[in-house]
Design a binder for this molecule. Structure first.
Ligand code: OAD
Length: 243
């Protein structure tokens, strides 16, 4: 049983975190897909930081839901498991199943980590701290502006994280690939999903509103993640051949 799970904002929706493109995604009438850009930061870094501060606070108050827990359970029980998440929140990391948490080496946060702060110019990065509470924090090494440690639209992904995702999907195909709560807006997500599924894998998409991977032959479970994923994990574990 070799499983890849790919998640997007929809898996955290039932924890109270708004998705990017869905209703409720807007913040003070601003489109998050425009705020999460270098050009927004250049024209108004204060507003961009305010948005991220509020998102950090909201995420801190949120709790992982049954879908995050089901992912932790699957990682504990599958022979081989990997999660590619587009989410910058820490709910996958905090979710546990019977005391078991997803190990760091089985997760890639391909769009970064909202609780990191990084230099706009150099490599310096650190965990959030009190300097982030007001204004625009400055890099202690070079004095440049610091920004949240996330990938913005139009930016390159971190090549080390890409290599980790590539390493898992290229090693050999999966028996199941589960894509949860994402509008699949990026080609690399489609690419990893296709490679991991191979010719014989089962591809399952969980999304209560739309299907995006029908063209790849995905089964569609048209339900919210916190309902569908725990049940699907039960089914996959029950079908598992005794070793
Ligand atoms: P989106 O906001 O584009 O899509 C969220 C998807 O979740 C939608 O298709 C919803 O139908 C679905 N959804 C809503 N509620 C759900 C629920 N309870 N259970 C399951 N699905 C649900 O978010 P992403 O696809 O994650 O990137 O967006 C991808 C990336 O675009 C983000 O990582 C971010 C964003 O802008 C960057 O910042 C680079």
């Amino acid at each position: 049983m070799r499983v890849l799970v790919v998640t997007g904002a929809g898996i955290s929706a039932e924890s109270g975190i708004p998705t990017f493109r869905g209703t409720g995604g807007y913040w003070r009438n601003l489109d998050p897909t425009k705020l999460a850009t270098q050009s927004a930061f250049d024209s108004d870094p204060e507003i961009v930081w305010q948005w991220y501060r509020e998102r950090r606070d909201m995420i801190r108050r949120a709790q992982p839901n049954a879908a995050h827990q089901a992912v932790a359970r699957l990682s504990a029980r599958a022979d081989d498991f990997f999660l590619i998440t587009q989410n910058v929140d820490d709910l996958h990391r905090r979710a546990d199943w019977d005391g078991y948490r997803l190990p760091c080496d089985q997760v890639v946060q391909i769009h970064g980590d909202i609780f990191m702060t990084k230099c706009e110019r150099g490599d310096f990065a650190r965990a959030e701290n009190a300097d982030d509470a007001f204004g625009i924090p400055r890099c202690p090494k070079c004095g440049a502006r610091m920004r949240p440690g996330v990938v913005w639209f139009g930016e390159e992904l971190d090549p080390r994280e890409v290599a980790r995702a590539d390493g898992f999907v290229r090693a050999r195909p999966c028996s199941a690939v589960i894509v949860v709560g994402t509008s699949v807006a990026f080609d690399y997500i489609v690419h990893w999903t296709r490679l991991a599924t191979g010719r014989r894998g089962r591809l399952i998409e969980i999304n209560p509103e739309d299907q995006f991977l029908g063209g790849l032959g995905a089964e569609w479970i048209k339900e919210p993640a916190a309902v569908a994923l725990p049940r699907l994990v039960d089914e996959l574990l029950a079908e598992r051949k005794p070793s």
